[in-house]
Design a protein around this ligand. Structure first.
Ligand code: TYC
Length: 105
């Protein structure tokens, strides 16, 4: 075996631990429109974002009343993929349903 000394492990004290890198998170945002049926929005939220019926209905109604609703936060890749998938489900039915993403502050 080599005689090269093994480097000491990095310190894992509190100061170091707080500097541990985490991937930046992205919000997925549901936008209201005047055409997509409420029930269809609920279906998409359940299918793509794994929401139960109550949560999906609540999120849909929040977007309906306020114009938009933050659905969840994910890593950038997951957020963009889910937003695209969900928007595409609406597009396939001819609905203008739209999901967008934006970086979390
Ligand atoms: N506003 C739509 C309607 O009244 C329902 C809807 C809710 C559409 C939320 C999109 O993100 C949305 N049929």
């Amino acid at each position: 075996m080599s005689d090269v000394p093994v480097k000491p492990r990095k310190s894992t004290d509190a100061a170091t631990a707080t500097k541990t890198q985490r991937p930046p998170l992205y919000k997925v945002i549901l936008l209201n429109d005047d055409f997509t049926p409420r029930e269809f929005v609920v279906q998409v939220l359940k299918a793509v974002f794994r929401m139960n019926a109550d949560r999906a209905y609540h999120v849909m109604m929040t977007a309906h009343r306020r114009g938009a609703c933050v659905i969840a936060v994910y890593t950038r890749d997951v957020a963009e993929t889910k937003a695209k998938e969900a928007t595409e489900l609406g597009r396939q039915k001819g609905y203008p349903l739209f999901f967008t993403t934006e970086p979390e502050e």
